[in-house]
Design a protein around this ligand. Structure first.
Ligand code: A3P
Length: 295
């Protein structure tokens, strides 16, 4: 990164009504026509649901628990983010195309925008969902620290943006509901952040079985220890500290921020909680998808 590159593009565009970074919109045809391979593994999430945590877990499972190999490169290099185009760096599509199989890939796209080739190739997808209140708080801090996103303004302002679905990658409700439906037709393992917090070992084993792997207790224990919040916060390959501060400013808020369930209580006012609950039950009526907002 040279100094003249220190002007970061934080403009947003839209694809089929979903707000996405402008650079993503510019190459949307390429992204939508992305060619998945049968042995790809895709991690799909709404932003801030625990993507990086799951990335580390899946990578280690694929590597039979080889911690050294899992630290071969930063998480954003070893796992291409297919719809991201961090100009002047290569796009996620280019990075993925250049990668040998088996590939681990990342997306935040809602189901209706996922490149169809993932469905056609019957790719295994691990979806992580996090309760919307904590997701919103986490996203607010991320919006502040990540200079590629527009200034979120005050918490009150961000709350309204999130509720309206006008944040980047769109509505949390559409996202979790779309993927909840997709799991009945495709190879989608739907995992909850709150379950991972409650019993990480159990969820790691679930993912292992879904991926068709058989690992010893000892290896699973190594994976568990290497992917705790504490371990990842100190791991320069997992904590995004190698991204220059004019892109991600960890002094505003670290990427590995708190890693807890229920931080929303420190941010939501009583009035906001009321507005939220009303909208939540309106949107979630008729689904058997449920969330926990406390541990
Ligand atoms: P907080 O901002 O609430 O701390 P993503 O990777 O999807 O961007 O999600 C980031 C969120 O996951 C952050 O939430 C981060 O702290 C949390 N996280 C990352 N690794 C974690 C881990 N090992 N255990 C618990 N939470 C983790």
């Amino acid at each position: 990164f040279s100094e003249e590159l220190e002007i970061v593009d934080n403009k947003m565009g839209e694809v089929q009504g979903v707000p996405l970074p402008e650079a993503t919109c510019e190459i949307w045809e390429q992204i939508y026509n992305f060619q998945a391979r049968e042995d790809d593994i895709l991690i799909s999430t709404y932003p801030k649901a625990g993507t990086t945590w799951m990335q580390e877990i899946v990578d280690l499972i694929m590597l039979d628990g080889d911690v050294k190999k899992s630290m071969r490169s930063p998480c954003f290099v070893k796992v291409p983010f297919i719809e991201l185009y961090p100009k002047p760096m290569p796009s996620g599509v280019q990075a993925a195309n250049a990668m040998e199989s088996p590939r681990l890939l990342k997306t935040h796209l809602p189901t209706q925008l996922l490149p169809p080739s993932f469905w056609e190739k019957n790719v295994k997808i691990v979806y992580v969902a996090r309760n919307p209140k904590d997701c919103m708080v986490s996203y607010y801090y991320f919006y502040k620290m990540d200079q590629t996103l527009p200034d979120p303004g005050t918490w009150d302002n961000f709350f309204s943006m999130f509720m309206a679905g006008s944040v980047t990658w769109g509505s949390w409700f559409d996202h979790v509901l779309g993927w909840w439906e997709a799991k009945d037709q495709h190879q989608v393992l739907y995992i909850f952040y709150e379950d991972m917090m409650e019993n990480t070992r159990r969820e790691i084993e679930k993912v292992m079985r879904f991926l068709g792997k058989e690992l010893s207790e000892e290896v699973l224990e190594d994976i568990y220890h290497h992917t705790t919040f504490q371990a990842m916060r100190e791991n320069p390959m997992a904590n995004y500290s190698s991204i220059p501060s004019f892109v991600m400013d960890h002094s505003v808020s670290p990427f590995m921020r708190k890693g807890v369930v229920g931080d929303w209580r420190n941010h939501f006012t009583v009035a906001q909680d009321e507005i939220f609950e009303k909208e939540y039950w309106r949107r979630m009526e008729g689904t058997n998808l449920t969330f926990r907002t406390q541990q």
